[in-house]
Ligand binder design. Structure first.
Ligand SMILES: *Cc1c(COP(=O)(O)O)cnc(C)c1O
Length: 386
């Protein structure tokens, strides 16, 4: 028997299907969709999301590291593909090549090592050349790019030119358009250079969720979609651009797939004048009934929601009183009749007619939606529901 964890996560298959359908329609039939499942699938859980996405017909996955690739690989089916967009250490190259895992190459020197790994393992390496277009993270340009093309052509029996790619620096904000447009032009110029030399990648790709929604010309052969799959808009700008493009004044095509719940651990009465929890962060001004919840910031519940956030109990908002501790926090339930130990508590998601959105969580803090989600510990049990 497994003992019970202090909270639990439910993942909606139908909400995910809805998001996949919306995104597929948006990007059109010519463009492939790679699901970005880095950061434990933005906190949702790699094992669960891999399975759920495959049920939606998605069989391409993108991750930030070889370590994450390994977790997807353990959970995905034989014919799914995995692409590492970030760190792959030298010593793991052979593992990647022998398992048919695709990866970014952003230094010319890397190609020599990749070639060696391909020869050694007897498998063709699936290489994505990442180019620099203005984000100034990883990516090559100029002579190393040109040399890489020559190298790929020369060694094409061992190296497959699987992709030519870049990443845009801030496509979710309209105010960055001055920066994004030149990046798009620069990337398309580099694509032309490769094509002119008759060295064609299988996939040209540059778009994340925001770019795929707001800049149709970035969709090309493949898009790398993270945040939108999980049901969040990359930003208000992206949402308004969608409304404009669709000619609607109201539309909610993305659905949150996560619900996060716990239960009441204890209930007690606090007299007027008493302080609740550590220090003097909250003083009861009248007699209060409070509920103690069995999780805190070590369980992914944002500490900056101290005295500011709320949870749902019996469909009613219960405000946080005092500080969110490492493993506990308290909420005011004075206004909720019949509340009992063991009652279900919704931390994120819907209960009766009330809802706590990821954004209502993060608007009160300095956190990004994706940051809040990505912090959910992998130890929380996750269940796939309809
Ligand atoms: C995280 C990431 C994405 C996905 O971004 P979203 O905004 O979540 O869609 C795409 N490409 C790269 C290189 C990334 O690191």
């Amino acid at each position: 028997m497994m003992v019970r964890h202090s909270s639990r996560i439910y993942l909606s298959q139908s909400a995910l299907q809805n998001n996949v359908n919306f995104l597929r329609k948006k990007i059109g039939p010519e463009t492939r969709l790679s699901a970005v499942v880095k950061a434990n699938a933005y906190g949702h859980g790699i094992p669960q999301l891999t399975r759920m996405l495959e049920r939606c017909g998605v069989n391409r996955f993108s991750v930030a590291s070889a370590h994450e690739a390994e977790e997807v690989h353990r959970n995905c089916s034989e014919d799914s593909s995995i692409m590492i967009m970030g760190i792959l250490y030298d010593e793991d190259l052979e593992w990647a090549v022998s398992n048919g895992i695709e990866f970014y190459v952003y230094h010319f020197d890397r190609l020599e090592m990749v070639l060696e790994a391909a020869r050694k393992t007897g498998r063709k390496a699936l290489v994505h050349i990442e180019v620099e277009t203005g984000t100034n993270r990883t990516g090559m340009s100029g002579r190393p790019f040109s040399k890489s093309l020559t190298f790929l052509k020369k060694h094409r029996e061992h190296l497959q030119f699987q992709g030519l790619c870049t990443h845009l620096g801030g496509s979710e904000s309209l105010s960055n358009e001055f920066k994004i447009r030149p990046q798009i032009r620069k990337f398309l110029d580099l694509v032309k250079i490769a094509e002119k030399r008759d060295i064609r990648p299988v996939y040209r790709h540059m778009a994340c969720s925001a770019a795929a929604i707001s800049y149709p010309e970035t969709r090309l052969d493949l898009v790398r979609i993270g945040v939108a799959l999980y049901g969040s808009w990359p930003s208000p700008d992206t949402y308004y651009q969608h409304l404009q493009a669709s000619g609607k004044s109201k539309d909610a095509p993305l659905k949150r797939i996560i619900t996060w719940k716990t239960d009441i651990m204890d209930i007690k009465l606090v007299s007027a004048g008493e302080f609740i929890g550590y220090g003097t962060a909250f003083q009861a001004m009248k007699e209060m009934k409070i509920a103690v919840l069995p999780l805190g910031y070590s369980n992914g519940y944002t500490r900056s929601l101290s005295n500011r956030g709320y949870v749902l109990i019996r469909g009613v908002k219960a405000p946080i009183v005092g500080l969110v501790n490492m493993n506990l926090f308290m909420v005011d339930v004075s206004h909720i009749p019949d509340v009992q130990v063991g009652d279900e508590v919704v931390l994120l998601g819907k209960q009766r007619n009330s809802v706590i959105r990821v954004s209502s969580f993060t608007q009160r803090t300095q956190l990004l939606n994706t940051e809040m989600l990505a912090r959910l510990p992998s130890a929380i049990p996750r269940e796939i529901v309809k």
